[in-house]
Design a protein around this ligand. Structure first.
Ligand code: G3H
Ligand code: 13P
Ligand code: ZN
Length: 311
C-alpha cells in the first residue's frame, strides 16, 4: 500500500469515536519506534514533519524513511506537513511526496488566513493532497515562534462554518486550551479544556474532522526519570489523558503528539548514560530511545486514541 491521505482515516475515526495519532518525526529511530507500535497494534498512523524537522533531517531523507516504513509495515500511513508556515513550504511538500499538509494561518487576521488557506487548498487538491487549516491560537513554543498564554485565543465557533466553506479545508485545528511544549499549565493551575467550544464547533460542522494540537500529556513518570538522571524540568505539566480520550470520542479525529515522544526518548538516553557512562556506540543509547518511543506510542494508541485494530 502506498502512502495514503487522511480522508478515509478521518471518516472511519469520526464514525468509530476514536482518533488517529499524528506523531512528529525527525530521524530514523523515531519513525521506527512509532511504526513498530502501529504494527503491533494494527493502528493507522500519521507521521508529521515540521519546518524544523525538514531543516534538521532534510526533506528527502524523511520522505524516503517514511516510504520505507510504509513498505515494511503495510500500514495505512499519511505523511503530513505540521504547521506549514507559508504557501511555498506547503507547495514543496505537496510536490515532494507528502499526502497531507497543514497551512497554519492562525496568527494572521481572519481574512488573510482564509485567503492563504484557500490558495494552499486549491494547489493541494489539484495534486490529490489534503489540507488542515487552523482557527484560534495555541500558547507554547514551536520552532522559533513562541506564543504567550496571554496572546493565545480560543477558536470562535461563529467563524468555523464560514472558514471551512470558503477555504475548502479537509480538517480544522482548533484551540480549546491545549498548548505546545512541556509546560502547558502553571503549577497549581487546574488543567482544563473547553469542551463546550468543541461541542459548539462540531454542531456547526457535522461530520467534519477536528484536530487537536499541543496534546501531549507530559506523563509525570518520564519527567521524574529525566530529573532523576541529571535533567532539570521543573513544573512540566500536560493535558490529562482522560480529557484527550474524551475529545477522541467526539469530533476530534487527529491528535498531535510530539513532546511526549521527546520526553520518553530523552529519559531513556539520560538513564542509559548514567547506567553506562563509558558507552560511546550510538546504537547502545539509540536502541533504548527507540524502544521508549515504541512504548509511548503503544500507550497513546491504547489509552488516548482508541485506534488499535483500525488500520
Ligand atoms: O508543534 C510543533 C511540534 O512540536 C514540532 O516542533 O517545530 O520544534 O519541530 P518543532
Ligand atoms: P505537543 O507539544 O503537546 O506534543 O504538541 C505537538 C503538536 O501540536 C505538533 O503540531
Ligand atoms: Zn502543533
Amino acid at each position: 500500500m502506498p502512502l495514503v491521505t487522511t480522508t478515509k482515516m478521518f471518516k472511519d475515526a469520526y464514525e468509530g469515536g476514536y482518533a488517529v495519532g499524528a506523531f512528529n518525526v525527525n530521524n530514523m529511530e523515531i519513525i521506527q519506534g512509532i511504526v513498530a507500535a502501529g504494527k503491533k497494534l494494527n493502528a493507522p498512523l500519521i507521521l508529521q514533519v515540521s519546518k524544523g524537522a525538514r531543516a534538521y533531517a532534510n526533506h528527502l531523507y524523511l520522505v524516503k524513511l517514511v516510504e520505507a516504513a510504509v513498505e515494511e509495515s503495510g500500514l495505512p500511513i499519511a505523511l503530513h506537513l505540521d504547521h506549514g508556515p507559508d504557501f511555498e513550504t506547503c507547495k514543496a511538500c505537496i510536490d515532494g511526496g507528502f499526502t497531507s499538509v497543514m497551512i497554519d494561518g492562525s496568527s494572521l487576521p481572519y481574512e488573510e488566513n482564509v485567503a492563504l488557506t484557500k490558495k494552499v487548498v486549491d494547489y493541494a487538491h489539484a495534486h490529490g493532497v489534503v489540507v488542515e487549516g487552523e482557527l484560534g491560537q495555541l500558547a507554547g513554543v514551536e520552532d522559533e515562534v513562541s506564543v504567550n498564554a496571554e496572546d493565545a485565543s480560543y477558536t470562535n465557533p461563529d467563524q468555523v462554518e464560514d472558514f471551512v466553506k470558503r477555504t475548502g479545508v479537509d480538517s480544522l485545528a482548533i484551540a480549546i486550551g491545549t498548548s505546545h511544549g512541556a509546560y502547558k499549565f502553571k503549577p497549581g493551575q487546574k488543567p482544563q479544556l473547553r469542551f463546550d467550544i468543541l461541542e459548539e464547533v462540531s454542531k456547526r460542522l457535522p461530520g467534519f474532522p477536528i484536530v487537536l494540537h499541543g496534546a501531549s500529556s507530559v506523563i509525570p513518570e518520564f519527567v521524574e526519570e529525566i530529573n532523576k538522571y541529571g535533567g532539570s524540568m521543573p513544573d512540566a505539566i500536560g493535558i490529562p489523558e482522560d480529557m484527550l480520550r474524551q475529545a477522541a470520542t467526539m469530533a476530534v479525529c487527529k491528535i498531535n503528539i510530539d513532546s511526549d515522544l521527546r520526553l520518553a526518548m530523552t529519559a531513556a538516553i539520560r538513564k542509559h548514560f548514567v547506567e553506562h557512562p563509558s558507552d560511546f556506540d550510538p546504537r547502545q543509547y539509540l536502541r533504548p530511545a527507540r524502544d521508549a518511543i515504541e512504548g509511548m506510542v503503544e500507550h497513546k494508541i491504547n489509552t488516548v486514541l482508541g485506534c488499535a485494530g483500525k488500520a
